[in-house]
Ligand binder design. Sequence first.
Ligand SMILES: [Zn+2]
Length: 102
Amino acid sequence: MLVLPVLALAIPQIGWNTRTVRAALADEAKAPHIETAVLDGLPRHPNPDLCLAQDCGHCHEWGTVVTPDGHHELCPACQSRAGGDFAPHVCDETVGRAAAHP
Ligand SMILES: [Zn+2]
């Protein structure tokens, strides 16, 4: 009975909270102490190109591997062409397969 009024009041508040938290996190990621930590060697998670990871048996199409010493790294078998920066694009089947199986 009170579902619709609760939803009508909650949905705009959820949107406002989401925008506020996202903006705060984006501002904090640009803070000088964060940049310093990254320059000092704080590990960042790898951004694999999943197009290149297609049919890769080494990483099972994940694009990343966990090394024996516990580091999370790009798959050396299929991600050698990846630059490491996130660049969204549309997968090209021929490019991905050609890179995974040269
Ligand atoms: Zn791989």
